[in-house]
Design a protein around this ligand. Structure first.
Ligand SMILES: [Zn+2]
Length: 462
């Protein structure tokens, strides 16, 4: 059936085919998968003699020639069948099911049912979200296939088989590994900025953890402050982060100056920790921000609740945050009080070493097992932000007490954490240099963009 084709026709088809493939790749990579799977289907069809391969085989003398002829014929069969297809990209409407989308696209009820049935055990189509793109393929107004991105790094395709039903499978896209570096000024919150630049919850939580001892995230971090994250990242063909590996470096530059921390696991340690360039631990005796600070913004809740710093009248630090935000034990210790406490509402007080105590007020609820006498680790969740007691909006009221008197956490200068020495320090120096080299390499790659993006600090800030 292809013997009538001249060289010109084939060349034109090849060129057109290549062009359309390139276009499709640019739009939706899933399409490439679709075409590949479609090719497989045609391969089966070819073997079944559906495309009349016998005529080509007759002319072949040797096995090698036969194989080559078969390959070319299959390619033509694919090309012709491909060109006979029309592809449409549809977006899932609000409240629309996949069956609904197929019907809206003009698929018959039996086609839609067959396509849906093929997805059973491969993908739950209820996971499709409004706005998501689904590619549909038709031949002579008949649905022949569909493809969509099932999650970052994976696509699902369903194709009509030669038997007339549909077969579906999930295809994992090849992932690329890189050491990613994000360096940007804070816009809105640190959290939203880092997410927009390709970080995930993991990196942002780790950054907040590294700085929770030293930074009051609600008052110290302002729009325009700079942060940097260096982490291992795996991404798919569309540039979506599929998963992340180790976080290597975090940096935050506020009006109080820049602070850098390197991740390092010392000899004999079971997990890595944060150290400054001199090998001094980021950890302190008590945290300055005992909730996940990265989500806080300096302006959050400003209209409804004054964001108070420590003052002689106030004697505590307020963190305005959404109800339900986890509250962390600022340091290791024993709970001495957990329950309602007059105007403080739901209240927890922890006794630490050396006469220090911390208190947490207005909680919506306590974490499981939090009661007087319980030992807690630093960073353990003890309760959740609320607005119980005398409170004008959801916030955590946090107090640091020394010998029963509230003190300003800014004056808390208790060094804790381990400082690296000896062999551990030597190993740390090597790791620090490796990380700094990686940072430098990534910074140079992105230098022209950053020169434009980085605003000057200072002017316009309150
Ligand atoms: Zn307060």
């Amino acid at each position: 059936m292809f013997s009538a084709w001249g060289g010109d026709v084939e060349r034109r088809l090849r060129a057109e085919f290549a062009q359309r493939l390139v276009k499709a790749r640019k739009g939706l990579a899933a399409f490439t998968i679709m075409a590949a799977a479609f090719g497989l289907g045609l391969g089966l069809a070819w073997n079944a003699g559906l495309f009349g391969g016998g005529a080509v085989a007759e002319a072949a003398e040797t096995a090698a020639v036969r194989a080559e002829a078969a390959r070319r014929a299959e390619h033509r069969a694919f090309t012709e069948a491909y060109l006979a297809h029309t592809a449409r990209e549809m977006r899932v409407g609000s409240g629309e099911t996949l069956a609904g989308l197929l019907s809206r696209a003009g698929a018959s009820r039996s086609e839609a049912n067959a396509a849906m049935a093929s997805l059973t055990g491969v993908y739950d189509s209820r996971r499709l979200r409004p706005g998501q793109t689904v590619s549909l393929f038709f031949s002579d107004a008949q649905l022949t296939g569909l493809a969509f991105r099932s999650e970052p790094g994976a696509s699902v395709t369903a194709n009509r088989t030669t038997a007339g039903d549909f077969a579906a499978r999930e295809v994992l896209m090849p992932l690329t590994f890189e050491i990613a570096r994000i360096a940007a000024p804070v816009e809105g919150t640190l959290y939203s900025t880092a997410m927009a630049k390709g970080a995930t919850d993991r990196e942002i939580a780790a950054l907040a953890d590294a700085f929770s001892y030293d930074v009051d995230f609600q008052r110290d971090v302002q729009p325009g402050d700079n942060f940097e994250l260096v982490f291992e990242r795996y991404y798919d063909d569309e540039g979506n982060t599929v998963r992340t590996g180790d976080l290597l470096f975090v940096s935050l530059e506020t009006r109080r100056g820049p602070r850098n921390f390197y991740s390092f696991m010392g000899p004999g340690d079971t997990r890595s920790d944060w150290y400054d360039a001199d090998g001094k631990s980021a950890r302190r005796f008590l945290m300055k921000t005992p909730i996940n600070g990265a989500r806080l913004s300096s302006g959050f809740g400003m209209r409804r609740h004054p964001i108070l710093g420590y003052s002689r009248m106030h004697r505590g630090t307020d963190f305005a945050a959404p109800i339900g935000t986890p509250i962390l034990a600022a340091g290791e210790g024993t709970i001495v009080r957990a329950g309602p406490f007059s105007s403080f509402g739901n209240y927890v007080r922890i006794r630490h070493a050396n006469g220090y105590e911390t208190a947490y007020a207005h909680m919506s609820r306590f974490a499981r097992g939090i009661r007087a006498g319980t030992r807690v680790r630093q960073g353990q969740i003890i309760g959740y932000v609320g607005t119980t007691g005398r409170s004008t909006g959801p916030h955590l009221h946090y107090e640091v007490l020394r010998r029963g008197q509230q003190i300003n956490p800014i004056n808390l200068r208790v060094a804790n954490g381990r400082n690296l020495t000896g062999r551990a320090l030597e190993l740390f120096e090597i790791e620090r240099q490796r990380i700094d080299t990686l940072r430098q390499v990534r910074a140079n790659e992105h230098a022209p963009q950053e020169a434009v993006l980085t605003p000057t600090r200072g002017g316009g800030q309150p």
